[in-house]
Design a protein around this ligand. Structure first.
Ligand code: PLP
Length: 406
């Protein structure tokens, strides 16, 4: 769509490094004014130069908006994909992908510790529309193979690291199984971010994001994204809504048909966050490593779950698959009461859902983010505490936790 040299996205940054792509892809200075960042095109419709005479392909902002296009191109470049799509939330992105790839009677393999909202969407929204699912421990690649029903499984959903148990799945190995079954491999890359992990290079067909988290990075916007790999196809046997079998074409059709798009201001905030993703992630990783070490040595903590610790069962795989271990830590305190007490006692860590912002957050998954999976295969331990380690001074973070655990 954005072929005019006047519009964002005209320069090819594919050879550039991660941060150069995040800062420049889709974000050429405005041709008319020289504005260095893409303006917020807070507009619903576009003047046509005669019927069908669109300027740069824009006709209506559900179908396309220049600010959103800038974000979509930057996300595409950050993930190394062929096409990017921005949505009103991570779940809106997931919903669009599920609609594009599944039909009644199809089957999905889902992580047995998937993000609760993902599980709820697949089980309780798509279930009644005839979609079956099997929760699987994705750390066991053979179990993934066993769960795939040839001819019926059309989508394999990977989340790594998972929320909140921080398990690590082998994207490349699972991609091979999904491919041989003719299923689409989707990877939720929200926790790792494209800076730490590049699922498409490892064989994923499509990357899913809640950009609400690290990509937005400032706890001020809700958004989601899909980035489709070059050449990715719909599941074997499914014809796309516009003819052909291109996954990107099907997602584009569904994004416009269902319309859960990112608004211009939300797209602008998300794009602003993406530019600093790499520097923020470096600090998130360094702070989390220090906090995990502290917790591992604390007598009131019974278990620390952080992929950067050698005690983590996925440590070696994470070291191979990721550039860093991320900013999320979960730990157990031995009882629900002590977990709730810690959550109530911190001052720098704010008690809140969500994650990935510059400020540190603490929460109790069993009663907060993962309440919707209580009583299912995805239930989480009730003495678990989850930290989103921010980019404050790490000494203050450790002192805060020390006080709360005392
Ligand atoms: C938050 C989250 C989602 C859902 O995204 P929203 O923006 O809240 O709709 C999906 N996956 C993961 C891993 C998440 O953390």
């Amino acid at each position: 769509m954005t072929t005019s040299p006047d519009l964002p996205g005209s320069h090819d940054w594919s050879e550039a490094g991660f941060s150069t792509r995040a800062i420049h892809a889709g974000q050429d200075p405005d041709a008319g004014t020289g504005a260095v960042v893409p303006p917020i095109y807070q507009v619903s419709t576009y003047k046509q130069d005669g019927v069908g005479g669109l300027r740069g392909g824009y006709e209506y902002s559900r179908s396309g908006n220049p600010t959103r296009a800038a974000l979509e191109e930057a996300l595409r470049a950050a993930e190394g994909g062929a096409a990017g799509f921005a949505f009103a939330s991570g779940l809106a992105a997931e919903d669009t992908l599920l609609r594009a790839t599944l039909r009644p009677g199809d089957h999905v393999v889902v992580p047995n510790d998937a993000y609760g909202g993902t599980y709820r969407l697949i089980a309780r929204v798509f279930g009644p529309w005839g979609i079956e699912h099997t929760p699987v421990d994705l750390t066991n690649t053979d179990a993934v193979l066993d769960a795939i029903q040839p001819g019926r499984t059309k989508l394999v959903w990977v989340e790594t690291p998972t929320n909140p148990m921080l398990t690590i799945a082998d994207i490349g190995a699972i991609a091979a199984h999904a491919r041989s079954a003719g299923a689409v491999l989707a990877v939720d890359n929200t926790f790792a971010t494209p800076y730490l992990q590049q699922p498409i290079a490892l064989g994923a067909d499509v990357v899913v994001h809640s950009t609400t988290k690290y990509i937005g990075g400032h706890s001020d916007v809700v958004g989601g994204a899909l980035v489709v790999a070059d050449g990715a196809q719909l599941p074997v046997g499914l014809d796309g809504p516009t003819g052909g079998t291109s996954l990107a074409d099907a997602v584009r059709f569904h994004q416009n048909s269902s319309g859960a798009v990112a608004g211009p201001f939300d797209a602008w905030l998300t794009l602003r966050g993406l530019k600093t993703l790499a520097v923020r992630m470096d600090r998130h990783c360094a702070n989390a490593a220090a906090v995990a070490e502290f917790l591992a040595g604390h007598p009131r903590v019974t278990q620390v779950i952080y992929p950067g610790l050698e005690s983590h069962p996925g440590h070696e795989l994470a070291a191979r698959q990721q550039r860093g271990f991320g900013g999320m830590i979960s730990f157990r305190t031995g009882s629900v009461d002590s977990a709730l007490a810690v959550c109530a006692a911190t001052r720098v860590f704010t008690l809140a859902e969500s994650l990935g912002g510059v400020e540190s957050l603490i929460e109790h998954p069993a009663r907060m983010t993962h309440g919707s999976v209580a009583g299912t295969a995805l239930e989480v331990p009730d003495d678990l505490v989850r930290l989103s380690v921010g980019i404050e001074d790490v000494a203050d973070l450790i002192a805060d936790l020390a006080g709360a655990l005392a």
